[in-house]
Design a binder for this molecule. Structure first.
Ligand code: ADP
Length: 150
C-alpha cells in the first residue's frame, strides 16, 4: 500500500495544488491531503472552509482523503503509516526551501519526500497571491477551483 501525505496550509487550495494531486494519483494507492494547523499562524479561510474546499474538489476520488493535524508533519505521516511526504515544486526557490526540510525529515525521522513539478501554466500560482488578490477584491477565478470562488 503506497500512501502519500500531501501537507500544506491550503489557505486556500489552488489550481496548482490540484495539478500536483492529479499527477500524484497514478503513483499512489492513497493520498491524504493534510491541513497543518499552526496556532500561531493567521489564516484567511477557516479550517472548516479549507477542508470543505478540498473535499468538494475530490468528491468522486476514493483514493483521496482530507485530514487535519498539529505538530510535526513527519510524526503525522508515521501515525498514518504513510510511505512518503508529497510536495509540489514551482521553481528553484521552492526547491531550495524544500531541500532542507526534506533532508531533515529523512535524517531525523526516516521519512522520505517525493516532489512533483507543476505544469508551467500553474507555476505562478500560490495561496499567498490568491489571498492578496481576494483581500483587495480582485478576481481569483483563474487561480482556484470553483468551490473557493463561493
Ligand atoms: P505550505 O504553507 O506548507 O507551503 P501550501 O498550501 O502553500 O503549504 O503548499 C502546499 C504544497 O503545495 C507545497 O508543496 C507547495 O510547494 C505546493 N504548491 C503550492 N502552490 C503550488 C503550485 N502552483 N504548483 C505546484 N505546487 C504548489
Amino acid at each position: 500500500m503506497k500512501r502519500a501525505v500531501f501537507p500544506g496550509s491550503f489557505d486556500p487550495i489552488t489550481l496548482g495544488h490540484l495539478d500536483i494531486i492529479q499527477r500524484a494519483l497514478p503513483l499512489f494507492d492513497e493520498i491524504i491531503i493534510a491541513i497543518g494547523v499552526n496556532a500561531e499562524k493567521k489564516y484567511m479561510w477557516s479550517l472548516d472552509d479549507r477542508k470543505r474546499f478540498i473535499e468538494a474538489s475530490f468528491t468522486n476520488e476514493s483514493k483521496v482523503s482530507v485530514k487535519t493535524y498539529t505538530g510535526l508533519t513527519a510524526s503525522f505521516c508515521k501515525q498514518e503509516n504513510a510511505t512518503c511526504i508529497l510536495r509540489g515544486l514551482r521553481n528553484a526557490t521552492d526547491f531550495t526551501y524544500e531541500q532542507a526540510i526534506a533532508q531533515a525529515n529523512d535524517t531525523a525521522n526516516g521519512m522520505d519526500s517525493v516532489f512533483l513539478m507543476c505544469s508551467p501554466e500553474y507555476s505562478h500560482i500560490s495561496s499567498s497571491i490568491v489571498r492578496d488578490i481576494a483581500r483587495n477584491n480582485g478576481d481569483i477565478n483563474s487561480l482556484v477551483p470553483d468551490v473557493v470562488k463561493g
